[in-house]
Design a protein around this ligand. Structure first.
Ligand code: TXA
Ligand code: MG
Length: 316
């Protein structure tokens, strides 16, 4: 439990918010759509804490916030249609799903292991000031507990997250109050979530119709999603100890050559999960075997187990 500070929408408030983000803390800030729950997008721990603070049952991928198109191009591939939409609507309530550049350095937990990343350039003056002063990518889902209504005032943020986050910048009510429109632009545009920019405006900018995609909450089919978590090695879950030839990944009291968290901390375990999976796969080698110690089915443990079950699922 922390004391959540309310920061004023002035230079001192922005400075304090930047200091907290640099320290890996979470700061809610206003955007023109809804308040975002911001954390440093290159920090596994900060990103894991976002999931924990929201009580998200799964690692639903997060949106990265950047101050301008140039900053976006440094981490993601902006194709021709995405570029047209960015020119037309950024800064503003549009989120583009783009191929992630190799070596972009974002936490793999942020995009939940996908090879794409959702990016947004918000127009709100305070969001712009914060992003420019911070100078790095900020991961931010809506600043509400999972399953609750998105916050459009600082008071809403405090109602849901007081005591779970370091601070909120009070910028008054949000202008748009509805989350951003999410579009996968290239090669053919697909609307993943209706939002702050109407479809008609997108179609006018693209000079053509846009297909309506599935659920933005399930950005790809479970099968595709699963394959992103699937290591080459075979996984055995809930293992008390290693059998011959297995690379053991421990948790808490259960030891291993690797461990998700020696102290049994689920936030640390979530932050390390995708890295540890890769490392265990490398150690096991082609056709090798990995055993995972049990992870408790509570808090972030549910999401960790969900990803581990996907990774262990039989593949064809
Ligand atoms: O207006 C907004 O977009 C607000 C403000 C804070 O920017 N943010 C927001 O974030 O609504 P959130 O986490 O509540 O919603 C993010 C959505 C989710 O539905 C997620 O599935 C989708 O973005 N998403 C994130 N990364 C994706 C990806 N790589 N592919 C497809 N969808 C993705
Ligand atoms: Mg949300």
């Amino acid at each position: 439990m922390v004391m959540t500070r309310t920061l004023a929408p002035d230079d001192a408030g922005i400075d304090a918010a930047v200091g907290l983000l640099r320290a890996g803390e979470l700061v809610a800030f206003p955007t023109e759509t809804v308040y975002g729950l911001g954390g440093y997008a290159r920090s596994d721990r900060a990103v894991a804490r976002i999931y924990e603070a929201k009580g998200r049952p799964t690692f639903n991928p997060l949106i990265v916030h950047l101050p301008d198109l140039a900053a976006v191009q440094a981490i993601a591939e902006v194709g021709p249609k995405a570029h047209a939409l960015a020119q037309a609507f950024w800064p503003g309530p549009l989120t583009l799903v783009l191929p992630l550049c190799p070596g972009a350095g974002l936490s793999p937990l942020l995009s939940a292991g996908l090879s794409t990343v959702a990016v947004r350039v918000p127009a709100h003056p305070l969001a712009q000031r914060l992003l420019r002063a911070f100078g790095g990518p900020v991961a931010a889902p809506s600043a509400n507990p999972s399953g609750r209504i998105s916050p459009t005032r600082a008071e809403h943020v405090l109602d849901g997250l007081s005591g779970r986050i370091a601070a909120v910048i009070d910028g008054g009510p949000c202008a748009v109050g509805l989350e951003s429109t999410i579009v996968l632009a290239d090669p053919e545009p697909v609307l993943l979530r209706p939002g702050g920019i109407p479809v008609e405006a997108l179609e006018a900018a693209l000079g053509g119709l846009i297909a309506v995609g599935g659920d933005a909450v399930k950005p790809t089919s479970p099968g595709q999603l699963a394959s992103h978590y699937a290591p080459d090695a075979n996984l055995r879950l809930d293992a008390a100890d290693a059998r011959a030839g297995e690379v053991m990944v421990g948790f808490g009291q259960v030891p291993g050559v690797l461990s998700l968290s020696v102290s049994g901390d689920l936030v640390e375990a979530a932050a390390r999960l995708f890295h540890v999976l890769r490392e265990a796969d490398r150690l096991a080698g082609p056709g090798g075997k990995i055993a995972f110690a049990p992870v408790p089915e509570k808090g972030l443990g549910r999401a960790i187990n969900d990803r581990l079950r996907r990774a262990a699922a039989p593949r064809d």
